[in-house]
Write a protein that binds this ligand. Sequence first.
Ligand code: NDP
Ligand code: GDR
Length: 378
Amino acid sequence: MSQKVALITGITGQDGAYLAELLLGKGYLVHGLKRRASLFNTDRIDHLYQDPHIENRNFILHYGDLTDSTNLIRIIQEVQPDEIYNLAAMSHVAVSFDTPEYTANADGIGTLRILEAIRLLGLEKKTRFYQASTSELYGKVQEVPQTEKTPFYPRSPYAAAKIYGYWITVNYREAYGIYACNGILFNHESPLRGETFVTRKITRAMARIFLGLQDCLYLGNMNALRDWGHARDYVEMQWLMLQQDEPDDFVIATGKQYSVRDFVNAAALELGISLRWEGEGVDEVGIVEDVRCETGDDRRETPLKPGDVVVRVDPRYFRPTEVETLLGDPSKAKEKLGWEPKISFEELVAEMVREDLTSAKRDDLVKKHGFKAFDYHE
Ligand code: NDP
Ligand code: GDR
């Protein structure tokens, strides 16, 4: 059988990195679309990099952008992919309120541009298409838990753009017979998660607070409820969706729900800190109740003590319209694709905290040696 060829947009993002690794492991030739940036933006995939001067590479990056049709058409023509995974997006819900037009262009029309390229190039029967749809489509939820049949009610420019991406994918499947699928993925996280999404913001900040590199973590809505899974589990599902006899749309979720506050508690406990919560709304604070640091534990040098306030609410992080609660029902994926998430909430939090503690220790060491450590936080 000839080697399968995949094109991943958004390859420099969290899912792009995990998916590229998965497909390379399966023997694919992987092409990726990366944006030109003023700084290197390939941190998450540097371990997969292959010197462009060697022959027979199976990992090839192309400069491109979802807002540039001619660029997309040229790359798809050159690559002749068997599978396209459209993961690229302006993916931050809060930021989409600041950049609504760009978000619509990249996340909505960007999806159309790829589907049109498939059609214009006559690849309808060859190229399978995966669209990164999202639980944000449910927004103001109409039913609990959410399934493939639950009505959508988007609550942000991001979700409104993604709803266009969802429906244009369905339409090109029905109109032109393209094998095109929507993965309606609920939140999925990992140590590769962008630092401004709430989970990574929490694990990174708690590790830094633990080592005395940061004083306090400022958050927005502590009561938001999410169904959090692990990105490594979820990219497997993206691939599986393109390997079926018929294209279809699937909800990918764990079926379990936690609040932002639960996530903070879990991350703190992983570090040996128990928190107590006082106040309400913008006055809510998370206070250290106990710090368990046993002798011999390499984490024992924490400067924290009971009574320290380590979490505060900052209304700056509230959104004009919030998605208060999301909970997915992944029964269809389980039944039709035999898929179930393998990594639990506790394992996810533990892995993220562990990785962020390692980075924080590195920053601490750099600082102790008189060099400037990277200390940007939102
Ligand atoms: P990330 O934000 O980590 O990655 C987004 C990727 O898209 C990055 O590679 C980014 O490039 C790239 N990108 C952004 N804008 C453009 C553009 N105009 N042209 C080309 N590339 C662009 O997102 P995730 O990996 O977490 O998510 C992957 C996809 O899945 C996204 O579409 C997201 O909306 C969707 N999704 C994510 C969920 C989650 O919980 N993670 C849940 C449901 C859906 P750069 O690195 O240069 O910024
Ligand atoms: P979300 O993820 O909006 O669900 O979108 P995010 O982690 O940004 O927010 C989750 C919830 O936490 C609340 N929250 C905060 N969020 C951020 N980012 N920063 C804070 O300080 C903070 N405090 C509280 C939010 O209000 C929200 O309720 C993610 C993205 O990956 C999308 O691309 C994807 O489509 C959806 O998940 C499914």
